[in-house]
Design a protein around this ligand. Structure first.
Ligand SMILES: [Zn+2]
Length: 283
């Protein structure tokens, strides 16, 4: 995937209220790496912590010094995935006593001391307010943060700059994901700060594009089923004909997320057999 841009700036100040430090963890799923955002004028709130890459800490410290920030006031997390939460340990060691919060939901092994952050419980900083919005689908504990002062939305992994979001087999749910997109659409945000990739200036267009993309996939899957495809590999071969075979397993996960949604809606049925891929049919 070409969205791993080696020239993506390691730090940036998109606006007076928002600074960005890159997590330095590039990869197929993380693009140029995880964006960690500092929100506020003097005592900023940190959103996400990256993966815990050692080089992040000096980059982060330099950035704080350059901006004249003593330390982040507190840390809030979009969700539990390693590339967002992995830096908590090194940051709590560096800034003893700092508060760390996320929505605690189906979590098993969180770092100690993480507080629970609920939907709608506003986090106030200096000159900024961040409103947590529960947006499951990519992860069941996922929060976006709405910044009314800019009509901007920190989308975590709900919406990315330069790729589509993975709906993992385990904890993901495409139906919930689409509901979450519609929920943030209703907030009327103008700008999006994604957890991966560049700032998105036209939020309504991007949200609509994400919804349209999933609707297109759903139509393609229904067509493939109508044409006689039965298994996920058969559907992937038809729908992702122009995508490198190396990416077909990820595509298969995406097709599966659609089929689970359609099954929940009683539009397809699944026939399982041991050691064989499920066979899917239209109802
Ligand atoms: Zn994630």
């Amino acid at each position: 995937m070409s969205w791993i841009d080696p020239n993506f700036p390691k730090t940036a100040e998109p606006t007076d209220l928002v600074g960005r430090v890159l997590g330095l963890n590039p990869g197929m799923f993380t693009g140029p790496g995880t964006n960690t955002y500092l929100v506020g004028r003097r005592h900023p709130i940190l959103i996400d912590t990256g993966a815990g890459v050692p080089e992040y800490l000096p980059l982060f410290a330099d950035y704080l010094a350059r901006r004249g920030f003593a330390r982040p006031e507190r840390i809030i997390l979009t969700h539990r995935h390693r590339d967002h939460l992995g830096g908590v340990a090194q940051l709590t060691e560096r800034f003893p006593g700092i508060s760390v919060a996320k929505m605690i939901h189906r979590d098993s092994d969180l770092p100690p001391g993480i507080e629970n952050l609920l939907d709608g419980h506003v986090v106030a900083g200096d000159d900024v307010t961040l409103v947590p919005v529960h947006t499951p689908g990519h992860a069941s504990d996922h929060l976006c943060f709405y910044l009314p002062e800019e009509q901007a939305l920190f989308t975590g992994d709900l919406i990315l700059g330069g790729s589509t979001t993975v709906i993992p087999d385990e904890d993901g749910d495409l139906g919930q994901y689409l509901d979450s997109l519609r929920r943030v659409q209703a907030l009327g945000a103008r700008r999006i700060y994604p957890a991966h990739g560049p700032v998105i200036e036209d939020a309504p267009a991007k949200i609509q594009e994400y919804l349209d993309h999933r609707m297109l996939r759903e139509r393609q899957i229904l067509e493939a089923l109508g044409g006689g495809a039965r298994t996920i590999p058969e559907m992937v071969e038809i729908i992702y004909a122009d995508v490198p075979v190396a990416l077909h397993p990820a595509a298969g996960m995406s097709v599966h997320s659609h089929l689970k949604k359609l099954k929940n809606e009683d539009r397809v049925s699944e026939e399982t057999a041991p050691a064989q891929p499920s066979r899917w049919t239209l109802r």
